[in-house]
Design a protein around this ligand. Structure first.
Ligand SMILES: Nc1ncnc2c1ncn2[C@@H]1O[C@H](COP(=O)(O)OP(=O)(O)OP(=O)(O)O)[C@@H](O)[C@H]1O
Ligand SMILES: [Mg+2]
Length: 328
């Protein structure tokens, strides 16, 4: 996708599964994509399509033993990090690759002060003395737009608002100058103005430090504003990938088209119905044969009984639909 640089992260045929009482769920099913240094990519798709599982697989935080990365490679700077042991992986997590989760209350420790939580990784990974880590923590809080950083350091997560906690999560994520940040629905629970402030902060931090960003969200508007390249997932698979402008102007998968049509438009009449995609995402325990999208698709024909492989439609655009030329 980008011939000038080599990828920072290259995921090849990732297969992550969960054993459940109903059988095995293929939550990330043959997922392959690349991220280049400093690039912002977006991952979209309905609930349960495997976005978080893909993110957690990169960090190797899939809950064991019922969850397992069954196959594939995750090459970080050309090295397969799936071969690393837990101690080696700890040197990557937070240091080279950071993750920001949707709900900071579950990621921040309720009984530790912000100072303790913000300095922890810097002490571990950067080998700073406590005094210096504290000074850097103050700088980080300023960078993410927190008022009165010294007093914030003394506080506990429950003393802060949702937006403030999310900023703390960003400060922790960037504290060791990672090369890649994965933001998994980082602003879903926040109001729109705070969302915009937080995303702008994240974007400018990534631009200044040439950090790559994977933005996972349901919100196609957020993706359109921030991501250069978009990955669309459905039922554990990538069904379309392309640069954001191409994909928005000329989607090549009926699912992407459905997602785009279900977004309200400013100029549409208040009485107009939104075009929702019919039906629901499939149960991963009970996928249809062939294309997983076929029960909801209007382009269906006999070809769809064979599972489509993702193939290029142009230089930077690929789709997993046999009938994409008939989209309208
Ligand atoms: N710990 C787990 N145990 C069993 N199944 C799981 C587990 N975590 C995820 N799954 C299943 O894997 C599939 C993908 O889940 P994932 O959390 O990646 O979805 P998502 O795309 O992030 O959805 P959302 O938009 O709701 O966050 C779902 O069917 C989910 O039920
Ligand atoms: Mg998720």
């Amino acid at each position: 996708m980008n011939e000038l640089k080599s990828p920072l992260l290259k995921i090849e045929n990732l297969q992550t599964q969960f054993k459940t009482s109903e059988g095995i769920i293929k939550a990330a099913n043959n997922v392959s994509f690349e991220i280049y240094p400093g690039e912002v990519i977006g991952i979209v798709g309905e609930s349960g399509c495997g976005k978080s599982v893909t993110a957690l697989s990169i960090m190797q935080l899939i809950p064991k033993p019922h969850g397992e990365i069954k196959d594939g490679q995750i090459l970080y700077k050309n090295k397969d990090i799936l071969n690393l042991n837990e101690k080696e992986m700890q040197k990557i997590r937070g240091n080279e690759i950071s993750i920001i989760f949707q709900e900071p209350m579950t990621s921040l420790n309720p009984v530790l002060t912000i100072e303790k939580q913000l300095t922890e990784q810097m002490l571990l990974h950067l080998g700073l003395k406590y005094k210096d880590a504290r000074l850097k923590a103050i700088e980080l809080l300023e960078l993410v737009g927190m008022p009165d950083p010294k007093s914030i350091l003394k506080k506990y997560p429950h003393n802060l608002s949702g937006g403030m906690r999310q900023r703390i999560m960003i400060a922790i994520a960037i504290s060791c100058n990672p090369k890649l940040i994965i933001a998994d629905e980082p602003t879903t629970s926040l109001d729109v103005t705070i969302q915009a402030q937080i995303l702008e902060t994240l974007k400018s931090i990534c631009e200044t430090s040439d950090t790559a960003l994977v933005l996972i969200t349901h919100n196609l508007g957020i993706i359109a504003r921030y991501a250069k390249r978009v990955i669309v997932m459905y039922a554990g698979k990538i069904v379309e990938e392309g640069n954001a402008v191409d994909l928005y102007n000329s989607p090549k998968h009926p699912y992407t088209l459905g997602l785009l049509r279900s977004v309200p438009k400013l100029n549409s009449s208040p009485d107009a119905n939104l075009e929702a995609i019919p039906g629901n995402p499939p149960d991963l325990n009970n996928l249809p044969n062939g294309c997983s999208f076929q029960p909801r698709c209007y382009l269906i024909n006999e070809k769809c009984n064979v599972e489509p492989t993702i193939t290029p439609v142009s230089d930077q655009h690929r789709t997993a639909c046999w009938n994409y030329t008939e989209l309208n």
